[in-house]
Design a protein around this ligand. Structure first.
Ligand code: PMP
Length: 459
């Protein structure tokens, strides 16, 4: 990630002062603020306006939170209705009409098995807390302790969620290969790579001397988001479902980023038809406000009252905004729209890759899209991939910002430029995004021409 702290030369004093005070006062751990030195003051749909008067097309969308873009009228209306009703804003986990409506709407979107026989736990309002809850739930239900997770995963920043993520330094979580076509750990890619990944997992589970005891649960993302926009093949997901079901291992699917229409179906699990034992949901379900839940099969509901308590599990505004968002996505077929538009954008991105040999791979599902930047001067590795080019990706991100386009970086080496636009964008807005991106890539390549043949190729 670029560590840009610069302020545009023509920026007005208020904008400059806010950015300067931020870099003086906020933690060294701040993230997006480093590569995106803007001061949002107004936003609507795809567009953010900065304190410097500049307008940006926002394809970061709150890290995939804003299914309907910024400040959608149905979201604002839902929030105003709660505010004007005199309803309490803070209620711990007590029952309220707002929560009842949210739960009903959410259950209407779920696969039948979960809708009819599922339980919901409202968690602390972040994806990571819902991941912690899922782990606690399956440990209690199975009486087992270990967990299985996948290389390149991202599940959050609290202790256990981090331990199950690809960036973990100390971990007791067994790590499994995720089918990453472009950088296939088995050097084959395609269906064969996914088959070998599945076989590895099966072997680990069945070999009594594998050194990995039967786990309390397995957690996976249907599309790895932060890991670099890596969609798992549907067949591989079905294999993971079969393997876990046959061995009474609860399967936890983390749809924090893929949910609410993002990948072209309401939930990404619908592509493969699998039904997990636990579904982890956050981001878009709160309609831009903080909300996180797990939904799980009732057989797992063996934990004790208070097993996952927390003061902020009753955010009424988030539930109202979330209910409005879920209903709007459902009523307007926005998941299908994301599928159609995403496929069109993917085609254009592939055409772009055809004219830029620094784009090693283009991939995505629905409106979750990524371009992996590589060093075109370096040799291909045995699997046919070139070394990642994180500096070039950072230069593309900066060039995008200069052109009024906000994009995110992700992937193993921060070399994947990610697009997560709202599901509500028009065809013209999609074209404007891609035009700016194409122009930014040309500019970044011009100013960063040098292939760095010695750059590391580690996975
Ligand atoms: N799981 C996934 C798949 C995510 O993408 C994220 C956030 N990017 C999280 C969990 C953690 O969510 P939060 O940042 O709200 O804790």
């Amino acid at each position: 990630m670029a560590l840009t702290e610069t302020v545009p030369a023509a920026a007005p004093p208020a904008h400059e002062g806010i950015l300067r005070r931020q870099s003086l006062r906020e933690s060294a751990a701040r993230t997006y603020a480093r590569s995106l030195p803007i001061v949002p003051v107004r936003a609507r749909g795809l567009t953010i306006e900065g304190a410097d008067g500049r307008r940006y097309l926002d394809c970061l969308s709150g890290a995939g939170t804003l299914a309907l873009g910024h400040n959608h009228p149905v979201v604002l209306e839902a929030i105003r209705t709660v505010l004007d009703s005199g309803a309490p804003l803070h209620v711990l986990d007590l029952a309220t009409p707002v929560k009842d409506d949210f739960t009903t709407e959410l259950f209407a979107t779920l696969p039948r098995e979960l809708a009819e026989r599922g339980r919901i736990q409202f968690c602390g309002p972040a994806g990571t807390d819902a991941v912690e809850a899922a782990f606690k739930l399956v440990r209690t239900a199975t009486g087992r302790d270990g967990l299985m997770a996948f290389s390149g995963a991202y599940h959050g920043m609290t202790a256990e969620a981090l331990a199950a993520s690809g960036g973990a330094q100390h971990t007791s979580v067994a790590r499994l290969p995720y089918p990453y076509d472009y950088r296939c750990p088995f050097g084959t890619g395609g269906e064969r790579g996914a088959e070998l990944a599945a076989r590895w997992t099966q072997n680990l589970l069945d070999d009594h001397k594998s050194g990995v005891p039967r786990p309390a649960g397995m957690i996976l993302e249907p599309v790895q988001g932060e890991g670099g926009v890596i969609p798992a093949p549907d067949g591989w997901l079905r294999r993971m479902r079969e393997l876990t079901a046959a061995r009474q291992i609860p399967l936890i699917v983390d749809e924090v980023q893929t949910g609410v229409g993002r990948t072209g179906t309401f939930w990404a699990i619908e592509h493969s038809g699998i039904v997990p034992d636990v579904l982890v949901l956050s981001k878009a379900i709160g309609g831009s406000l903080p909300l996180a839940v797990i939904v799980y099969r009732e057989e797992l509901d063996a934990w004790q009252p208070g097993a996952h308590a927390g003061t902020f599990r009753g955010n009424q505004l988030a539930m109202a905004a979330g209910r409005a968002t879920l209903a709007h996505v459902r009523a307007n077929g926005l998941a299908e729209r994301a599928g159609v538009l995403g496929a069109r954008m993917l085609d254009r991105l592939r055409a772009l890759a055809g004219t830029h040999d620094c784009i090693g791979d283009v991939r995505g599902r629905g409106l979750m899209l990524g371009l992996e930047f590589v060093d075109p001067g370096a040799d291909l590795d045995p699997g046919g991939a070139r070394p990642a080019a994180p500096q070039l990706a950072a230069a593309v991100q900066r060039a995008c910002l200069d052109r009024g386009l906000i994009v995110e970086l992700g992937g193993r080496h921060s070399a994947v430029v990610r697009l997560l636009p709202p599901l509500t964008i028009t065809d013209e807005q999609a074209d404007a995004i891609l035009d700016r991106l194409a122009d930014a890539i040309t500019a970044a390549v011009r100013t960063n021409p040098g292939p760095t043949a010695s750059s590391p190729t580690t996975l």
